[in-house]
Design a protein around this ligand. Structure first.
Ligand code: COA
Length: 258
């Protein structure tokens, strides 16, 4: 069905592979359009409990937006380009189901931004991260100036964005950009292991923690008030009854997501 991405549903985990390995999985407009459709599937397909975004091949997660498309873009078209990216990446960030980036190589420019839009990131040992846009006379435009600052702090974010230099996986780990660094061959297994744990937890509660954590970075939302609302709403769910009763009875909770 898709031309520039590949998808696969295994054990309720939806894998999205950005699939242009000969172009380092660069995000051209076709990839962005197909990625948006795949993200829609995460929202609508009840078989999908979580998702992993990764890149095809061993060299690149995504080496950025497709630079070949830049030469003919006007400032006006630049607004449309950035807005489309913002909408798609925000939809990843706002997904009520967990979406992890499994960074299997270069995550540069739009690739680093895509990884940052995911709920968290794990990296293979050969991964490299960077926002090299200033080398092209550009700045990050898919939310990178904001998400990088939120994730690693302003000083480190500005250093990365002003030098355009890459950092390796271990530095990304030390800087808080990724949660784990694992050998390449263990990357997908690590993602599956974490998601398998999350799948045993209460799905509505998972959605609420995502919403509240995102709100911490939304200036228009009183995120503490939101936490009160989301916390209290949990008491009206069947899952809370199941979870609390199972704890008391020393049984394993089997949640229904109601
Ligand atoms: N957009 C378009 N094409 C890209 C690309 C991008 N962001 N990144 C890589 N490619 C293409 C290359 O042009 C090349 O195509 P070709 O074989 O038709 O010439 C192919 O992918 C392989 O890349 P190459 O540069 O030969 O591989 P490398 O191993 O020497 O270097 C990178 C890998 C990732 C370091 C290098 O490709 C790079 O710096 N890419 C651009 C990163 C960037 O600036 N991203 C931000 C964009 S806003």
């Amino acid at each position: 069905m898709y031309q520039t991405i590949r998808t696969e549903l295994t054990d309720n985990i939806f894998f999205i592979y950005i699939n242009r390995p000969d172009k380092m999985n660069a995000l051209n407009q076709e990839v962005m359009t197909e990625l948006a459709l795949a993200i829609d599937e995460i929202y609508t397909n009840t078989q999908i409990k979580s998702a992993v975004i990764t890149g095809t091949g061993e060299k690149a997660f995504v080496a950025g937006a497709d630079i070949a498309e830049f030469l003919t873009i006007s400032a006006q078209q630049g607004i449309e380009l950035a807005k489309k990216g913002h909408v798609i990446f925000k939809r990843i960030e706002d997904s009520p189901k967990p979406i992890i980036a499994a960074v299997n190589g270069f995550a540069l420019g739009g690739g680093c931004e895509l990884a940052m839009a995911c709920h968290f990131r794990i990296a293979s040992a050969n991964a490299e991260f960077g926002q090299p846009e200033v080398k092209l006379g550009l700045i990050p435009g898919y939310g990178g100036t904001q998400r990088l600052t939120a994730l690693i702090g302003k000083g480190k974010a500005l250093e990365l964005m002003m030098t355009g230099n890459m950092i390796n996986a271990n530095d990304a780990l030390a800087w808080g950009l990724v949660n784990y660094v694992v050998p390449s061959e263990e990357l997908i297994a690590k993602a599956k292991e974490i998601l398998k744990t999350i799948h045993t937890r209460a799905p509505l509660a998972i959605a609420r923690v995502i919403k509240c954590a995102n709100a911490a970075f939304d200036k228009d939302i009183d995120s503490y008030e939101l936490e009160i609302a989301e916390f209290s709403a949990c008491f009206a769910t069947k899952d809370l009854q199941i979870g609390a009763a199972a704890f008391i009875k020393k049984e394993k909770a089997i949640f229904t997501g109601e």
